[in-house]
Design a protein around this ligand. Structure first.
Ligand code: SF4
Length: 287
């Protein structure tokens, strides 16, 4: 049995006897989330210095076993009672209200949209959701948003969100320079903004933004202004942004030059996002 704070802090993407699906207590989900790690190879087209995936241990490249993912997801769903409360021993000791199942989330040791089977996984998870009308949970894609313009990814997202689902898309910078400092990618930041605008034509979504200092350098006013301008352009395109999630470092990052920002900094950013007319929420440094 673990305390709620321990469960929030400790998010291993593994569960005894399971390969792909893992249960976690998620502050951002507001309860229990069943994560689906389709990135056993740890592949990602970002190289964030704050990443908490341990890439000193090599990944395991292999074709995805969709039948196994489905069986693992369904086995965990069987642990949820008629009131939607997850009865796994992992969560023993928590009040029922805190361990309601909220979602099944594609959230792996890399970028889920990179896997060849992405659309097939999404369709399969939509079938799993449709097969459990007795349970009320979302399907969530957590993504760095770089590949949302690929036709196969669009098809997967459409399937995943066909009933009750959300995309949580990363937007960690306003300028290309800071983006290359904290995300390090060959995909331009402008393409991510364009992808969010395109996504917003069909689906509402949440934005996740990570704030840190890197080697003593942090978010200056120009960076904040550029980031707010991107949010404003996405909003002005007609996209419905459900929430801007603001957070900072919680666990040991890949690189020691990354440090968290202060709660006051995040509160100030939240106020400025809300001044744009967008809902924003700070998720604690402990998450
Ligand atoms: S996008 Fe996510 S998985 Fe990829 S490097 Fe960044 S934090 Fe790690």
């Amino acid at each position: 049995m673990s305390t709620r704070e321990e469960l929030y802090r400790f998010h291993p993407r593994e569960y005894a006897g399971f390969t792909y699906v893992y249960p976690v207590l998620s502050r951002r989900s507001g309860g229990v989330s069943f994560g689906v790690n389709v990135n056993l190879d740890k592949a990602c087209n970002f190289d964030c210095p704050y990443c908490q995936v341990d890439r000193t241990v090599p990944g395991r490249p292999q074709a995805l076993d969709l039948a196994r993912i489905r069986a693992e997801a369904e086995a965990l769903l069987d642990s949820v009672d008629a009131q939607g409360v997850c009865r796994l021993p992992l969560f023993d000791g928590l009040p029922d209200a805190q361990k309601k199942l909220r979602d099944i989330a594609l959230s792996g040791d890399g970028e889920s949209t990179m896997v060849l089977e992405f659309a097939a996984v999404c369709r399969m998870l939509a079938e799993v959701q449709a097969g459990r009308p007795d349970l009320d949970f979302k399907l969530v894609l957590i993504t760095n948003a770089t590949l949302l313009d690929r036709s196969g990814v669009v098809a997967g997202v459409d399937a995943l969100l066909s009933k009750n689902g959300e995309v949580w898309a990363k937007l960690d910078a306003g300028t290309e320079a800071w983006y290359q400092r904290v995300n390090v990618s060959r995909v331009a930041l402008d393409r991510i903004e364009a992808n969010l605008i395109a996504l917003g034509k069909d689906h509402p979504f949440k934005i996740q933004s990570f704030f840190c200092t890197a080697g003593g350098q942090g978010w200056d006013e120009a960076e904040i202004t550029a980031w707010l301008a991107r949010l404003g352009r996405v909003r002005d395109s007609g996209a419905r942004i459900l929430e801007v999630q603001l957070y900072t470092l919680a666990r040991r990052p890949a690189e020691s030059f990354i440090h968290p920002v202060t709660p006051e900094f995040l509160s100030n950013i939240r106020d400025r996002v809300e001044a744009l007319g967008l809902p924003a929420k700070v998720y604690g440094v402990e998450e």
